[in-house]
Write a protein that binds this ligand. Structure first.
Ligand SMILES: [Zn+2]
Length: 328
């Protein structure tokens, strides 16, 4: 028995080393997806497993490195705070160096024919995200959030206000290690302006909107702004994570999530709206105060309004969502 011990140890160590090596290698599903994407996209693209995704890109080395880091960090941060289930399917993340590459190559990736939007999009039923990186990392963060949240929800379809609200929160969040810190963006000012002009829709109506209504050109920007503000308000009240999980687990009780907002804030939705708008007003006032001319001794503080997207973002977002409707 004593003589057999070293032999057993050698076998155990060898099998442990083999297991470690195997865990570093993509499993069969990933290998299949990697081979498929390589075949379709050709030699200009690098294809590999990144976190739980199969990623492909035609980026230069420096950009590729920064996007690989972004994908891994975002996945870790979202699982740390919000998500608990891995997507059932392997999600493809395909990044293009510019719009010409997107237009030339995105159709090679999809199973069905697609309408080519500007910027980027996530095709839920193809589990495929396409984005051109000239739009900036915010777009990849936004679409990755859609992909991961949909994976976490499984067969349940999150309400449009919630789906977009989460993606908009994450697109401009600060990520430090596994920590996500959310901040206000330009949509806070938009809600404030619409409120002053008495053009703001009722919160309860936005929460009830189905996909086509939410995405209609006449409503999209306003619905986005109000959804984004409600999400940030829930975060500042310290209930956002609880809200996310409650909605996912008890989704069938209220697919629009209105009841869960009411439960967590302990008031009906009209009272929530009143408080939310007072909060928006206070935040805008606070931001204006901080950007007023500083005294000679005090250095000026930047207005913390977060991400300022380019004009193309709105167009891209609308086109993207049109595509999502078509692919659903
Ligand atoms: Zn979106």
């Amino acid at each position: 028995m004593k003589r057999a011990l070293p032999f057993i140890l050698v076998i155990l160590l060898a099998s442990a080393a083999l297991r470690a090596e195997e865990s570093d290698r993509p499993d069969a599903r990933y290998r299949k997806e990697i081979a498929r994407l390589k075949r379709r996209l050709g030699r200009d693209f690098t294809v590999k497993q990144v976190g739980m995704f199969v990623a492909a890109w035609d980026l230069d080395e420096k950009k590729a490195e920064s996007y690989e880091k972004l994908i891994k960090e975002l996945e870790e941060a979202l699982y740390e705070r919000f998500l608990s289930r891995r997507p059932a399917e392997v999600i493809r993340v395909v990044l293009f160096k510019d719009n010409a590459s997107l237009r030339r190559n995105a159709k090679k990736v999809a199973e069905k024919s697609i309408v080519m939007p500007a910027g980027g999009f996530y095709m839920t039923y193809e589990h495929t995200l396409c984005a051109e990186v000239t739009m900036g990392p915010w777009l990849v963060r936004h679409e990755l959030t859609h992909a991961l949240v949909h994976g976490d929800f499984g067969s349940k379809k999150p309400a449009p206000w919630f789906d977009e609200g989460m993606a908009m929160m994450v697109e401009s969040a600060v990520i430090e290690g596994k920590k996500l810190t959310f901040r206000a963006d330009r949509r806070l000012n938009l809600v404030h302006r619409l409120m002053k002009a008495r053009k703001l829709p009722k919160l309860k109506d936005v929460l009830k909107m189905d996909f086509p209504t939410y995405n209609a050109p006449a409503t999209r920007a306003t619905a986005d702004a109000l959804s984004r503000c409600l999400m940030l308000y829930l975060d500042e009240k310290g209930v956002l994570v609880k809200f996310y999980r409650r909605y996912r687990i008890r989704y069938r009780r209220d697919p629009t999530a209105t009841k869960f907002v009411e439960e967590l804030l302990e008031k009906d939705i009209d009272a929530v709206e009143t408080d939310l708008l007072a909060w928006v007003q206070a935040k805008v006032r606070e931001s204006r105060e901080s950007t007023k001319k500083p005294s000679s001794k005090e250095p000026a503080k930047p207005p913390e309004m977060g991400h300022k997207p380019r004009k193309t973002e709105t167009v891209a977002a609308i086109q993207r969502e049109k595509l999502a409707i078509m692919s659903s």
